[in-house]
Design a protein. Structure first.
Length: 269
């Protein structure tokens, strides 16, 4: 298929090297991207990001061409872009590395993205305005924040993940107007409490892990994951009787769960 003009004036041209899947990156998304930039006749990149982080479109990306290019990509896609000077480093270049009026080539891979537009605009509202926000949108905001937390958790940024989970939880404090709404709020809260419990276990802070696990059990007393987390936390605190109680209750609900049975074996030893 070769290069095609994505900016309409020949300033940003793209060649797809590997197709992605799903929707195209939306404006205002936060994108986890891997890239390397090359100058003409150079086989070594002048810049590359070895440790991809989430970059917020419209804020964290300084290269105009890269921003335009990312908005044409899907998750998993790899593409090659050619940026003319106005879409790259301009007339001045970026001495000593990039000469004036340089056309550059970037290889870009979209690893993941999170559409945070709705979440961002929600947190810019006043508390009064947030109160009047429709519940479905509030649930969407909480889900986006939880996804950010999960992303940070996978990167092992546990403290930052906890901040995101708590931020998500903070928006769910409204009074429901029906039984159905209460169920939806509880389902959303439950996921966050389980995530918080697990993350505090990772940080070796079992007292907090237990507190959040018990809060999850207030919502669903037969939740095997919550019972398991509480059992693990008690085990860490050498409260063996309590640990056993939680784990046996978890085992009753999921008798063939490998992890639960392993913890009980550990406890028996």
């Amino acid at each position: 298929r070769g290069l095609w003009d994505v900016s309409g004036d020949g300033g940003v041209c793209k060649e797809e090297l590997y197709p992605g899947s799903g929707q195209v990156v939306p404006p205002n998304a936060s994108v986890e991207v891997k890239y390397s930039g090359y100058l003409d006749h150079w086989d070594k990149p002048f810049c590359t990001n070895r440790h991809p982080e989430l970059l917020k479109l419209g804020k964290d990306i300084t290269l105009g061409g890269l921003e335009i290019g990312l908005l044409t990509m899907k998750k998993g896609e790899v593409a090659r872009f050619v940026f003319t000077p106005p879409y790259a480093y301009g007339q001045q270049g970026c001495p000593p590395l990039i000469p004036p009026n340089a056309t550059v080539m970037f290889e870009v891979e979209v690893l993941d993205f999170l559409d945070s537009a709705e979440s961002d605009s929600f947190f810019e509202l006043t508390a009064e305005q947030q109160e009047t926000f429709p519940l479905q949108k509030v649930l969407k905001v909480a889900e986006t924040e939880r996804e950010f937390g999960n992303y940070l958790y996978r990167k092992q940024h546990f403290e930052s993940a906890i901040d995101r989970y708590k931020r998500a939880f903070s928006v769910l404090g409204r009074s429901p107007s029906s039984e159905t709404e209460q169920r939806q709020i509880n389902a959303s809260k439950l996921l966050l409490l389980l995530n918080l419990s697990l993350t505090y276990l990772k940080l070796k802070r079992p007292a907090q892990a237990l507190a959040y696990g018990e809060k999850a059990l207030e919502i669903d007393q037969r939740n095997a994951k919550a019972l398991f987390r509480c059992g693990q936390a008690c085990l860490c605190m050498t409260e063996y009787e309590k640990a056993r109680d939680f784990l046996v209750r978890a085992q009753h609900i999921q008798p063939f769960n490998h992890d639960i049975n392993n913890e009980l074996k550990k406890l028996a030893r």
